[in-house]
Design a protein around this ligand. Structure first.
Ligand SMILES: Cc1cc2nc3c(=O)[nH]c(=O)nc-3n(C[C@H](O)[C@H](O)[C@H](O)COP(=O)(O)O)c2cc1C
Length: 289
């Protein structure tokens, strides 16, 4: 048996009910006795310990939260949170408190990750001055990318390169929007970070598809908890693009070259209140029964 496995069955307590066998491949029931058969498959998700009705599986952590169904938010309160979340582009200038920042990061910490790898790396800027320094480096990168994009969109065979729909969008929607974006920034507006005092970036190993997925989930966990704290967030693909394209920015943020940023968002205490829910298109779903 792999001595590294962190979850042990206490045979004195185990009632051989097999619940751990149902939820995890590490355990098997042989001659009506449950045992640890494939310890090398353990990803330390803790499901075995959580499910055991008699606390016979002992894990590495001493403090455990007892989960009672009635403690989880109701459907209505969670749906309300989801429905009232908006992208926030107006922030108070002061950075968020350390306690609130920790709360946001805790929300990310409890996000699921592929194979329970818990391999998301965070970088957080929580200072207006530092954000301004970053903006000075990021803006020229964004402008340069836009310039290239606009050039491609104006080519007669742009549709072949980008696909018809994307070429149309770039020419007729993004192109003009980019022009306004550039003008407004030149006039002193910050259309990139929107004067946010904070930026959160999630990154990890470049080739890891599952990690990209995990990063998106974790970042959105942070967004939702932020909302309960009066903190507004803006998932920010312009910032993401600039960071992934600029060695200088990546160095400034301490992101190694073998890593990729999978998500970026600006945040700060919000300085705007949306009074109305937003409408969305009907869900485009194919339910197969
Ligand atoms: C992946 C992603 C990237 C986004 N990037 C930007 C961005 O770079 N700049 C921006 O102003 N808004 C950005 N947004 C915000 C969207 O425009 C916004 O979510 C959408 O218009 C719906 O509005 P709501 O979030 O307030 O409901 C982004 C949103 C998502 C999900």
């Amino acid at each position: 048996m792999n001595s590294e496995i962190k979850y042990k069955i206490n045979k004195d307590k185990c009632i051989n009910c097999g619940l751990c066998v149902d939820i995890c491949l590490v355990y098997e029931k042989i001659s009506s006795k449950v045992d640890t058969i494939h310890p090398n498959l353990c990803i330390e998700c803790g499901h075995c310990e959580s499910v055991c009705p008699v606390n016979a599986i002992e894990g590495p952590e001493e403090v455990k939260m007892i989960c009672e169904d009635e403690q989880i938010p109701t459907y209505e309160s969670l749906q309300f949170l989801l429905q009232t979340r908006r992208s926030i582009r107006r922030y108070k200038s002061e950075p968020i408190s350390d306690i609130d920042l920790q709360k946001m990061l805790e929300a990310g910490r409890y996000a699921p990750t592929g194979s329970n790898e818990q391999n998301i790396k965070y970088v957080v800027i929580n200072s207006h001055e530092k954000m301004q320094e970053l903006s000075e480096i990021a803006l020229p990168v964004v402008f340069k990318t836009f310039k290239v994009a606009k050039k491609i969109a104006s080519l007669p065979f742009a549709g072949k390169i980008l696909g018809k729909k994307q070429a149309y969008r770039l020419k007729n929607i993004y192109g003009p929007a980019i022009t306004i974006f550039e003008e407004r920034n030149k006039q002193g507006e910050d259309r990139l970070f929107y004067n946010a005092p904070g930026l959160m970036v999630v990154h990890g190993e470049k080739q890891d598809e599952a990690l990209a997925f995990s990063c998106h989930i974790a970042m959105h966990n942070c967004v939702l908890i932020a909302q309960t704290l009066g903190i507004g967030c803006l998932l920010n693909s312009f910032a993401l693009m600039a960071i992934n394209q600029s060695k200088v920015l990546r160095k400034k943020l301490g992101i190694p070259k073998e890593n990729k940023c999978f998500g970026a968002m600006t945040f700060g205490y919000k300085n705007i209140n949306y009074k109305k829910h937003v409408n969305r298109k009907p869900v485009n779903v194919n339910i197969i029964e």
